[in-house]
Design a protein around this ligand. Structure first.
Ligand code: UN1
Length: 494
């Protein structure tokens, strides 16, 4: 059994705890690797190494940093199929999706590499003569990156690549359920010449390793994707030392289906949005808000199509839905099914854990007659459970869409331009799709949400650089005399 160490200062080193944890294939329950658990001291070693590397890395011209990223992107491309297969074995989602996950990392790596020739600031005018004004971007310093298990390569790349191109050095903790893709990514970056100490990886539990990152004052900014509870806690803890935090947390993402929608298209979208990745996406569609006039027909056709989804090993190309990640997620999904029944929603499909293989499988599940205030319509389940909610018109559908604490992704199926623009204007979310499901964000657009989904920051897109840089305003006075802003300004003649 392969045992993996921590990556500190350019080397794979033993953790100081002597303890390990297991990496399990969620479809078969086979153990695939052992990972060393870091201690608080190990985190400190990683932070020290990132500090030592900062001066040289942050002063390397950004296009030079970009060259390293371009090389990494090419290797990711060459190894795409192997990485996708490894990801399916470790995380469970089907090959089509793990290939997409790797592709998302490739896209982000190229995009960030190209950003090395931009990192744009602004030049602007001055109120005074012979004075030049501009903004420049500076790296934040040592940053702490904490990533989830559902996108084992894409989300690490969303964070690592923009942080690197911006000149930061990194202490990175991947999710304990899926560290292997992060290990591969670290190996690739080392192979293409990332200097030692620039990227350090520590593994282990959130309560020890994550907490040590959050509390380490040497880390200037933290970027976290995960649960609302953990995100709130991080914001509070890091806030005590006024350190930057960017959070991307859950969703209870709605798809609104209007009575003028193309129903087949909407059903295709709902199936993909709700049951893709076994519902384990922040962006997964977990509520479908359907116009009451078409609800019976929609429900009938949706159930027929959902019944055809095949559960099984993600390595089998004919599988549609893989396992959930672990036993505690399986129990959580089962618990929400019980809650839904107790609340009086009607279980119209699925609802049970099943065993096509020894692992953690749960049937695609649909509840009808869900009222918007039920817990299954309010709380993030992060599994293959969909709630159907009836709405009499668009206004009511939007009110229902907005009635949750979250605001990440959203969607509307309609052929009416007015409905589409009303949804864009009124739905409280960071992302709105028209005639497409809630999942499938592209890396060159901002990703993130409103309300409890985050703290206002956005990842990816041009905002990726904002997340990892400080802006400095520069005033360059070449008049050779003291000029006072606001005071020495020429007044217009009355
Ligand atoms: C997530 O679930 O945390 O838009 C990220 C999507 C993917 C990213 C999901 N590109 O569904």
């Amino acid at each position: 059994m392969q045992e993996y160490k921590l990556f500190i200062n350019g080397e794979w080193v033993d953790s100081s705890t002597g303890e390990t944890f297991d990496d399990i294939n969620p479809a078969t329950l086979e153990m695939i690797a052992k990972l060393q658990k870091a201690s608080q001291d190990d985190v400190q070693r990683a932070v020290d190494s990132a500090h030592d590397a900062f001066e040289a890395w942050s002063t390397t011209p950004a296009p030079g940093r970009g060259k390293i990223l371009f090389r990494a992107a090419r290797i990711l491309e060459e190894r795409k199929e192997d990485l996708a297969r490894l990801m399916t074995v470790e995380m469970g989602k089907i090959l089509k999706e793990t290939r997409g996950d790797v592709q998302e990392a490739i896209d982000m790596t190229y995009y960030a590499a190209g950003e090395g020739r931009r990192l744009l600031g602004e030049t602007t005018t001055s109120e005074l003569h012979d004075k030049f004004c501009m903004t420049v971007r500076r790296p934040v310093g040592v940053v702490g990156l904490i990533t989830p298990w559902n996108f084992p390569l894409a989300i690490p790349a969303w964070k690592i690549m923009p942080a690197l191109i911006s000149g930061n050095t990194i202490v990175f903790k991947p999710a304990s359920d899926t560290p292997l893709l992060s290990i591969e990514l670290v190996k690739i970056l080392a192979e293409v010449g990332l200097p030692e100490g620039v990227l350090n990886m520590v593994m282990g539990e959130g309560s020890t390793v994550g907490s040590a990152i959050v509390h380490n004052k040497g880390i200037r900014a933290i970027s976290f994707t995960g649960s609302v509870e953990t995100g709130k806690w991080i914001l509070g803890e890091a806030g005590k030392d006024m350190r930057r935090v960017s959070l991307e947390m859950g969703g209870k993402n709605p798809i609104i289906v209007m009575d003028d929608a193309d129903l087949d298209l909407a059903i295709d979208g709902v199936l993909w949005g709700a049951f893709g990745t076994t519902g384990q996406r922040c962006t997964a569609a977990s509520r479908v808000i359907v116009n009451e006039r078409i609800l019976p027909e929609f429900q009938k056709r949706l159930i027929e199509r959902t019944k055809k989804l095949r559960l099984g090993s993600g390595l089998d190309e004919s599988t549609d839905v893989g396992p959930v990640i672990n036993n505690s997620q399986l129990n959580k999904v089962a618990k929400y099914v019980s809650i839904g029944k107790e609340e009086g929603a009607k279980l119209v499909l699925g609802g049970r854990a099943v065993k096509p293989l020894p692992g953690y499988f749960f049937e695609p599940t649909i509840f009808s007659d869900v009222s918007p205030d039920m817990r299954i319509a309010q709380e993030e389940i992060f599994g293959p459970v969909l709630s159907l909610i009836s709405a009499k018109d668009l206004d009511e559908a939007i009110d229902i869409a907005n009635s949750v604490i979250y605001g990440l992704s959203s969607s509307i199926y309609t052929k009416d331009i007015k409905n589409a623009f009303r949804a864009i204007e009124k739905i409280e979310a960071g992302i709105t799709y028209i005639n497409a499901p809630t999942i499938g964000a592209e890396i060159h657009l901002p990703f993130g949400g409103v309300k409890a989904t985050g703290n206002g920051t956005r990842e990816a897109g041009t905002t990726a650089i904002e997340e990892f840089t400080e802006i400095k305003a520069v005033y360059f006075d070449y008049s050779g005399k003291l000029q006072k802003a606001q005071i020495d300004v020429e007044q217009e003649e009355e």
